[in-house]
Design a protein around this ligand. Structure first.
Ligand code: PRT
Ligand code: MG
Length: 217
């Protein structure tokens, strides 16, 4: 049995066509069925539905053989026990520092002021500000980071941005790009040896589908 860990929403939607290339079509839509284990058109393959930030954990411990996770999530997880053979070039966004439109970020950086930064990406933020030799107090949040600067919890946030509409709607502006983010295929290192033929087959077809899509665009 091959088990693939996916999160609902954009990762699931954008992974579907790539799995279809490998003949893997889910039997149900996780948005309407409330099932967490979904069969597929291949009797030897099933999909499990987990939180985006839990995907690397399921794959690390071998509860799933394969998974799809954003680079943002993988950096926070650390990548232990994971093989990351393929950038799927989906769910693209950018990891950004953002502040209120009326906050002088450049001035604060220059003066060496201590900044409070709210984020769910604590590891990413710590590395970024350490590399800039900036002193920051990191405040861990689990969502809605955009709110923090509006109510005085922090001066800055670190979050992923795609259209930028959420920042704009809340009077925030991006001031630094930390990284370009996309989703990666991840594989349990032990499973890759034990189920080598099956997993390598899926990897090869998905890699070809990603390359084909790149050629088409
Ligand atoms: O929702 P949940 O708390 O379960 O977890 P999650 O938010 O991590 O999962 P999900 O499914 O929303 O995101 C999965 C992956 O998609 C992330 O790990 C990223 O790698 C990637 N991705 C791509 C994004 C976005 N684009 C994105 N825009 N993840 C989150 N967002 C957020 C963004 O932070 C903002 O708050 O969506 C909101 C809208 O973005 P704008 O810029 O288009 O307004
Ligand atoms: Mg989300």
């Amino acid at each position: 049995m091959i088990t693939i860990a996916l999160s609902k929403g954009r990762i699931f939607e954008e992974t579907l066509p790539l799995l279809a290339a490998a003949g893997i079509v889910p039997a149900e839509d996780p948005e309407s069925s409330r099932k967490l284990i979904i069969g597929t058109s291949r009797p030897d393959t099933r999909i499990i539905i987990v939180r985006a930030s839990d995907v690397p954990t399921y794959v690390q411990y071998g509860a799933a053989d394969l998974g799809v996770a954003g680079k943002d999530v993988l950096v926070e997880h650390g990548g232990e026990g994971l093989y990351q053979p393929l950038d799927l070039e989906i769910a693209r966004c950018r990891m950004m520092v953002a502040v209120r439109g009326d906050f002088d970020y450049a001035g604060a950086v220059q003066s060496g002021a201590r900044l409070r930064v709210a984020t769910k990406y604590v590891q990413t933020a710590r590395e970024h500000f350490a590399a800039k030799r900036m002193h920051v107090d990191l405040i861990k949040l689990y969502g809605s980071m955009e709110l923090a600067p509006l109510v005085g919890l922090a001066e800055a946030i670190v979050d992923v941005v795609s259209s930028g509409n959420t920042l704009r709607a809340n009077g925030l502006v991006p001031v630094e790009e930390i990284d370009a983010i996309s989703a990666r295929l991840i594989v349990n290192q032990a499973a890759l040896k034990l189920k080598h033929a099956e997993l390598q087959g899926i990897l090869d077809t998905v890699r070809a589908a990603v390359a084909g899509r790149r050629g088409a665009s």
